[in-house]
Design a protein around this ligand. Structure first.
Ligand SMILES: [Zn+2]
Length: 229
Protein backbone atom coordinates (compact mmCIF):
# COMPACT_ATOMS: atom_id res chain seq x y z
CA UNK A 1 0.00 0.00 0.00
CA UNK A 2 1.06 3.54 -0.60
CA UNK A 3 2.47 5.40 2.36
CA UNK A 4 1.47 8.73 3.85
CA UNK A 5 4.08 10.74 1.98
CA UNK A 6 3.09 9.30 -1.41
CA UNK A 7 -0.58 10.06 -0.75
CA UNK A 8 0.21 13.63 0.27
CA UNK A 9 2.44 14.28 -2.74
CA UNK A 10 0.22 12.75 -5.42
CA UNK A 11 -2.98 14.33 -4.05
CA UNK A 12 -1.46 17.79 -3.76
CA UNK A 13 0.03 17.68 -7.27
CA UNK A 14 -3.15 16.21 -8.80
CA UNK A 15 -5.37 18.66 -6.90
CA UNK A 16 -3.14 21.57 -7.92
CA UNK A 17 -3.25 20.62 -11.60
CA UNK A 18 -7.04 20.23 -11.55
CA UNK A 19 -7.56 23.49 -9.64
CA UNK A 20 -5.40 25.39 -12.14
CA UNK A 21 -7.52 23.99 -14.98
CA UNK A 22 -10.79 25.40 -13.60
CA UNK A 23 -9.06 28.64 -12.63
CA UNK A 24 -7.70 29.11 -16.14
CA UNK A 25 -11.13 28.36 -17.61
CA UNK A 26 -12.56 31.14 -15.44
CA UNK A 27 -14.92 28.92 -13.43
CA UNK A 28 -13.07 29.37 -10.15
CA UNK A 29 -11.64 32.53 -8.62
CA UNK A 30 -8.07 32.34 -7.31
CA UNK A 31 -9.40 31.97 -3.75
CA UNK A 32 -11.84 29.20 -4.75
CA UNK A 33 -9.13 27.38 -6.72
CA UNK A 34 -6.86 27.53 -3.68
CA UNK A 35 -9.60 26.08 -1.46
CA UNK A 36 -10.29 23.36 -4.04
CA UNK A 37 -6.61 22.48 -4.05
CA UNK A 38 -6.66 22.13 -0.24
CA UNK A 39 -9.80 19.96 -0.50
CA UNK A 40 -8.10 17.72 -3.08
CA UNK A 41 -5.09 17.29 -0.80
CA UNK A 42 -7.28 16.60 2.22
CA UNK A 43 -9.29 14.09 0.17
CA UNK A 44 -6.04 12.30 -0.63
CA UNK A 45 -5.48 11.65 3.07
CA UNK A 46 -9.09 11.11 4.10
CA UNK A 47 -9.58 7.36 3.45
CA UNK A 48 -6.88 6.56 6.01
CA UNK A 49 -9.24 7.88 8.68
CA UNK A 50 -9.79 4.16 9.31
CA UNK A 51 -6.12 3.48 9.99
CA UNK A 52 -4.73 3.57 13.49
CA UNK A 53 -1.63 5.35 12.23
CA UNK A 54 -1.30 8.30 14.58
CA UNK A 55 0.34 10.44 11.89
CA UNK A 56 -2.61 10.37 9.45
CA UNK A 57 -5.17 10.54 12.24
CA UNK A 58 -3.38 13.48 13.85
CA UNK A 59 -3.50 15.54 10.67
CA UNK A 60 -7.06 14.56 9.72
CA UNK A 61 -8.55 15.18 13.14
CA UNK A 62 -6.54 18.37 13.49
CA UNK A 63 -8.26 19.60 10.31
CA UNK A 64 -11.67 18.23 11.39
CA UNK A 65 -11.60 19.93 14.78
CA UNK A 66 -10.69 23.29 13.26
CA UNK A 67 -13.40 22.94 10.59
CA UNK A 68 -15.94 21.93 13.26
CA UNK A 69 -15.02 25.06 15.25
CA UNK A 70 -15.60 27.19 12.14
CA UNK A 71 -19.06 25.68 11.64
CA UNK A 72 -19.93 26.15 15.32
CA UNK A 73 -18.96 29.82 15.11
CA UNK A 74 -20.97 30.42 11.93
CA UNK A 75 -24.02 28.63 13.34
CA UNK A 76 -24.21 30.54 16.64
CA UNK A 77 -22.43 33.86 16.18
CA UNK A 78 -25.61 35.82 15.45
CA UNK A 79 -27.55 34.17 18.25
CA UNK A 80 -25.18 33.91 21.19
CA UNK A 81 -22.78 36.41 22.84
CA UNK A 82 -19.29 35.96 21.38
CA UNK A 83 -17.88 34.68 24.68
CA UNK A 84 -20.38 31.78 24.57
CA UNK A 85 -19.44 31.02 20.96
CA UNK A 86 -15.78 30.82 21.93
CA UNK A 87 -16.67 28.46 24.77
CA UNK A 88 -18.73 26.29 22.43
CA UNK A 89 -15.84 26.20 19.93
CA UNK A 90 -13.45 25.05 22.65
CA UNK A 91 -15.88 22.27 23.64
CA UNK A 92 -16.38 21.19 20.01
CA UNK A 93 -12.63 21.17 19.46
CA UNK A 94 -12.06 18.88 22.45
CA UNK A 95 -15.01 16.67 21.50
CA UNK A 96 -13.75 16.08 17.95
CA UNK A 97 -10.07 15.88 18.82
CA UNK A 98 -10.50 13.41 21.66
CA UNK A 99 -14.02 11.94 21.57
CA UNK A 100 -14.70 11.37 17.87
CA UNK A 101 -11.08 10.50 17.17
CA UNK A 102 -11.12 7.82 19.85
CA UNK A 103 -14.31 6.32 18.42
CA UNK A 104 -12.77 6.17 14.93
CA UNK A 105 -9.52 4.64 16.20
CA UNK A 106 -11.46 2.01 18.14
CA UNK A 107 -14.26 1.02 15.79
CA UNK A 108 -13.01 1.33 12.22
CA UNK A 109 -11.15 -1.41 10.39
CA UNK A 110 -8.29 -0.37 8.11
CA UNK A 111 -9.27 -0.72 4.46
CA UNK A 112 -12.83 -1.41 5.52
CA UNK A 113 -15.83 0.73 4.57
CA UNK A 114 -13.83 3.98 4.34
CA UNK A 115 -11.73 2.59 1.52
CA UNK A 116 -14.73 2.56 -0.81
CA UNK A 117 -16.45 4.69 -3.44
CA UNK A 118 -19.54 4.78 -1.19
CA UNK A 119 -17.55 6.54 1.54
CA UNK A 120 -16.17 8.91 -1.09
CA UNK A 121 -19.75 9.96 -1.94
CA UNK A 122 -20.52 10.36 1.77
CA UNK A 123 -17.67 12.84 2.26
CA UNK A 124 -18.44 14.62 -1.04
CA UNK A 125 -22.05 15.21 -0.02
CA UNK A 126 -20.99 16.34 3.46
CA UNK A 127 -18.55 18.79 1.83
CA UNK A 128 -21.15 20.15 -0.64
CA UNK A 129 -23.77 20.57 2.09
CA UNK A 130 -21.25 22.11 4.49
CA UNK A 131 -19.92 24.61 1.94
CA UNK A 132 -23.47 25.69 1.05
CA UNK A 133 -24.23 26.12 4.77
CA UNK A 134 -21.24 28.49 4.99
CA UNK A 135 -22.73 30.57 2.17
CA UNK A 136 -20.92 29.23 -0.92
CA UNK A 137 -22.93 29.07 -4.16
CA UNK A 138 -24.20 25.68 -5.32
CA UNK A 139 -21.58 25.54 -8.06
CA UNK A 140 -18.66 26.43 -5.75
CA UNK A 141 -19.92 23.94 -3.14
CA UNK A 142 -19.96 21.17 -5.72
CA UNK A 143 -16.50 22.10 -6.99
CA UNK A 144 -15.16 21.78 -3.43
CA UNK A 145 -16.92 18.42 -3.12
CA UNK A 146 -15.57 17.30 -6.49
CA UNK A 147 -11.99 18.03 -5.43
CA UNK A 148 -12.44 16.18 -2.17
CA UNK A 149 -13.82 13.20 -4.09
CA UNK A 150 -11.02 13.43 -6.65
CA UNK A 151 -8.36 13.27 -3.93
CA UNK A 152 -10.26 10.43 -2.26
CA UNK A 153 -10.35 8.30 -5.44
CA UNK A 154 -6.67 9.02 -6.13
CA UNK A 155 -5.90 7.63 -2.66
CA UNK A 156 -7.93 4.46 -3.28
CA UNK A 157 -6.25 3.94 -6.66
CA UNK A 158 -2.77 4.48 -5.20
CA UNK A 159 -3.45 1.95 -2.45
CA UNK A 160 -4.63 -0.51 -5.06
CA UNK A 161 -1.64 0.07 -7.37
CA UNK A 162 0.87 -0.24 -4.54
CA UNK A 163 -0.86 -3.39 -3.35
CA UNK A 164 0.09 -5.17 -6.55
CA UNK A 165 3.55 -6.62 -6.83
CA UNK A 166 4.43 -5.98 -10.47
CA UNK A 167 7.87 -7.54 -10.24
CA UNK A 168 6.62 -11.04 -9.53
CA UNK A 169 3.31 -10.60 -11.34
CA UNK A 170 1.86 -11.99 -8.14
CA UNK A 171 -1.04 -10.24 -6.51
CA UNK A 172 -0.66 -9.50 -2.86
CA UNK A 173 -3.41 -10.17 -0.39
CA UNK A 174 -4.35 -6.51 -0.23
CA UNK A 175 -5.45 -6.49 -3.90
CA UNK A 176 -9.07 -5.40 -4.19
CA UNK A 177 -9.25 -4.18 -0.62
CA UNK A 178 -8.67 -0.50 -1.40
CA UNK A 179 -10.75 0.44 -4.42
CA UNK A 180 -14.16 -1.09 -3.93
CA UNK A 181 -17.70 0.19 -4.35
CA UNK A 182 -18.66 -0.65 -0.75
CA UNK A 183 -17.50 -3.01 1.99
CA UNK A 184 -18.54 -6.38 0.56
CA UNK A 185 -17.65 -8.15 3.80
CA UNK A 186 -19.82 -5.96 5.99
CA UNK A 187 -23.24 -5.47 4.44
CA UNK A 188 -24.84 -3.92 7.55
CA UNK A 189 -22.30 -1.10 7.73
CA UNK A 190 -22.50 -0.64 3.97
CA UNK A 191 -26.31 -0.43 4.09
CA UNK A 192 -26.25 2.14 6.90
CA UNK A 193 -23.74 4.24 4.96
CA UNK A 194 -25.78 3.93 1.76
CA UNK A 195 -28.87 5.27 3.57
CA UNK A 196 -26.78 8.15 4.96
CA UNK A 197 -25.44 8.94 1.47
CA UNK A 198 -28.95 9.01 -0.05
CA UNK A 199 -30.27 11.13 2.83
CA UNK A 200 -27.37 13.59 2.54
CA UNK A 201 -27.86 13.95 -1.20
CA UNK A 202 -31.23 15.61 -0.58
CA UNK A 203 -29.46 18.25 1.56
CA UNK A 204 -26.87 19.11 -1.09
CA UNK A 205 -27.24 22.39 -3.03
CA UNK A 206 -28.30 22.73 -6.66
CA UNK A 207 -25.88 21.06 -9.08
CA UNK A 208 -27.34 21.98 -12.50
CA UNK A 209 -24.80 24.71 -13.34
CA UNK A 210 -21.90 22.68 -11.95
CA UNK A 211 -22.79 19.66 -14.11
CA UNK A 212 -23.15 21.81 -17.22
CA UNK A 213 -19.67 23.33 -16.59
CA UNK A 214 -18.17 19.90 -16.07
CA UNK A 215 -19.56 18.51 -19.32
CA UNK A 216 -18.98 21.63 -21.42
CA UNK A 217 -16.15 21.16 -23.90
CA UNK A 218 -15.24 24.87 -23.59
CA UNK A 219 -14.23 24.30 -19.95
CA UNK A 220 -11.20 22.35 -21.13
CA UNK A 221 -10.16 24.59 -24.04
CA UNK A 222 -7.41 26.36 -22.08
CA UNK A 223 -5.62 23.02 -21.77
CA UNK A 224 -4.42 23.35 -25.35
CA UNK A 225 -5.52 26.69 -26.76
CA UNK A 226 -4.13 29.14 -24.21
CA UNK A 227 -6.33 31.65 -22.42
CA UNK A 228 -7.15 33.80 -25.42
CA UNK A 229 -10.44 32.30 -26.58
ZN1 LIG B 1 -5.34 3.95 2.36
Amino acid sequence: MANFKTHLQVASVGGGLAASLFYSSGHLTAGEAFLCWIMGTLGGLLPDIDSDNSHSLGILFGAFSVIACGFTAVAWIEIWPLAWVWGACALVFLLVQFGVRLIFAKFTVHRGIFHSVLACFLFMFIAATGAAFLGASGTTSWFLALFLGFGYCVHLLLDEIFGVDFMNVAIKRSFGSAFKLFDYGNMTTSAIMAVAVIGLFFLTPSYAEFVSILFDRDTYLTLVDGVDW
